[in-house]
Design a binder for this molecule. Sequence first.
Ligand code: GAR
Length: 209
Amino acid sequence: MKRIAILVSGPSRGSNMRAIIEACQSGRIPDSAVVAVVGARGDAPALETARALGVSTAVVNPREFPDADAYAHALLWVLQRAQPDLICLAGYMRLLPKPIVEAFPMQVMNIHPALLPLFGGQGMYGLRVHQAALDSGMKVTGCTVHFVDERYDTGPIILQRCAPIHDDYSPETLAARLLPIEHETYIEAVRLFMQGKLRVEGNRVRVDE
Ligand code: GAR
């Protein structure tokens, strides 16, 4: 059985996290289990959902540490204890600390609600991303699942899926239309990883299927 840890942020709703947990539990992602969800606040909605689905949770709150290094090492310790084959960021809005990227090379994935490299980078999360897509005048947007490196939203792209942007969309309607597509894309990327079907060659990820 392969092991997945999921990292969420304080206020995370946790719908991508839920999609991955349920896909493991139903066998859609075979021979895999989410063994830990790590958040920043014990009362975060995502952590409550994880516990209701029978998944262990842990809290590492960056505000409770004297500096970024101390936070990074506490988070690393919690993650190493979970012995994950894969770590999934699901609405984790910070830059993943370097010690974690180094300890888990090409073993950390993130989902971003746009077609990277468009509309990514520091501060680009949630509705801001959708506002930027609307402001660009583009007629399509989408989501990206990528491996995480030491910068925001720049690691090798695993899968992308598109969605049309209609003239009457607001950032909220766009987010709502994209969310189920995000869930499907993330589940698919995790399944491919767990079945050993992803090959990273430089900045490209080849899918052997
Ligand atoms: C998702 O839309 C995800 O793509 C986005 O946050 C949302 C989390 O929702 N992530 C980013 O913007 C990362 N830069 P969820 O908690 O329901 O999964």
